[in-house]
Design a protein around this ligand. Structure first.
Ligand code: NAP
Ligand code: ZN
Length: 358
């Protein structure tokens, strides 16, 4: 089968690979719509370590083409939503609590573009289909469902970790697709003042639609000063969904005492994070720092689809570009990599693979 990915770091292209095998509890899926992600481009550029001959992509909805003998809830032809995090539910790491993302090792539940090929292929393998795949909920479009599998799950997780409560002043650093979902999630959780930090005009527009009350540009003046001034000394909750190695220090400095910084950001393997102890109240003002990875599994996605279905949250507002055809995955990933000013999230409709008929 063919797939778009990386021969090695900074060396993308079309790969020819064996079609993956299907274990007794697993499924083989063919993609119907895929969305490239900043994590794919980080991987391509070596941000998560050296990788070779790896098909990229980890956000997809698709059609089941094969299931293992023990799979009860799915059959070939079923349209499915595929979480980007698909734990091996027998991994004991899950029982340590907090997260399902680390089944047998750190990030172990993130199979695509890590321990397994990604979804930008004619076929991809999903472990433990009954616990990881889910059917499309009524009243939810395939595009909305596609935006739950990573963007909404991750952005909402930032909100959950920050423990946003009614009336909280919340800052979301970064209003790319992940941060935009955090803005939407914080609004649903009852945030009061809700400040988004970013500059791209499309993102600013959607941030306001999702409930941002203020927008701050990190390119115009000191961002910490701006937020501290707006909030009279600091926000209750700061969610990090963008920025580089200085962003944790900035987030701490814009958080009030007894507040919380929650990060879903990716930090480069080569970087060291540092912050002045004063920004953290000398370690004694109950300012929490939390971080985590996108939660996965079927129930998570079902709950997010319920937010769309019953609360009217439209996760597809972040889709800014659409492509048609399997071959266009290359262009979509290149667009993701080039980050044009009008880009939020591209999607590719795969209407020329066998699953498209289903
Ligand atoms: P993105 O599209 O690159 O958006 C990043 C946002 O951060 C943009 O709004 C950008 O502003 C803003 N930004 C950049 N530098 C900044 C700075 N110095 N100060 C303040 N804001 C700054 O990224 P994304 O796809 O939304 O992803 C956000 C982060 O989440 C990435 O690090 C990604 O790898 C990570 N991620 C994590 C998980 C997880 O499970 N934890 C899952 C998916 C993604 P502009 O408007 O100027 O561009
Ligand atoms: Zn992603």
């Amino acid at each position: 089968m063919r797939g778009y990915g990386m021969f090695s770091v900074n060396n993308p292209g079309w790969l020819e690979k064996e079609r993956p095998g299907c274990g007794p509890y697993d499924a083989i899926v063919t993609p119907r719509i895929v969305a490239p992600c900043s994590s794919d481009t980080h991987s391509l550029h070596g941000g998560s370590g050296p990788k070779e001959n790896m098909i990229l992509g980890h956000e997809a909805v698709g059609t089941v083409v094969e299931v293992g003998a023990e799979v009860k809830g799915f059959k070939p032809g079923d349209f499915v939503v595929v979480p980007c995090v698909t734990p091996d539910w027998l991994g004991l790491g899950i029982q340590h609590g907090k997260s399902f993302s680390h089944d047998r090792r750190p990030f172990g539940s993130f199979k695509f573009i890590s321990s397994e090929d990604g979804v930008m292929a004619e076929f991809f393998h999903v472990i433990h289909a009954d616990a990881n795949l889910t059917h499309l909920a009524e009243g939810v479009t395939p595009e909305q469902a596609l935006m739950t599998v990573d963007m909404m799950s991750t952005g909402f997780y930032g909100v959950e970790m920050a423990d946003v409560r009614y009336g909280d002043t919340v800052v979301v650093i970064g209003i790319g697709p992940v941060g935009l979902m955090a803005v939407g999630g914080a609004a649903l959780r009852g945030a009061g003042r809700l400040i988004g930090i970013g500059t791209r005009p499309n993102c600013v527009k959607v941030a306001r639609e999702y409930g941002a009350t203020d927008i701050v540009s990190y390119k115009e003046g000191d961002v910490v000063e701006q937020v501290r001034e707006l909030t009279g000394g600091g926000a209750d909750k700061v969610i990090i969904a963008g920025g580089g190695k200085d962003i944790l220090a900035q987030a701490l400095a814009m958080t009030r005492e007894m507040g919380t910084v929650a990060s879903v950001n990716y930090f480069d393997a080569a970087d060291t994070l540092a912050f002045p102890t004063l920004a953290w109240g000398l370690g004694m003002v109950n300012k929490d720092i939390r971080s985590g990875f996108c939660p996965g599994g079927a129930v998570r996605i079902q709950k997010l689809m319920d937010v769309i279905r019953y609360r009217g949250f439209d996760s597809s507002k972040i889709i800014s570009h659409t492509f048609r055809g399997f071959e266009k995955m290359e262009d979509a990933l290149k667009l993701m990599d080039s980050k044009t000013p009008d880009l939020i999230k591209p999607v590719v409709y795969i209407d020329d693979l066998p699953g498209a008929a289903a």
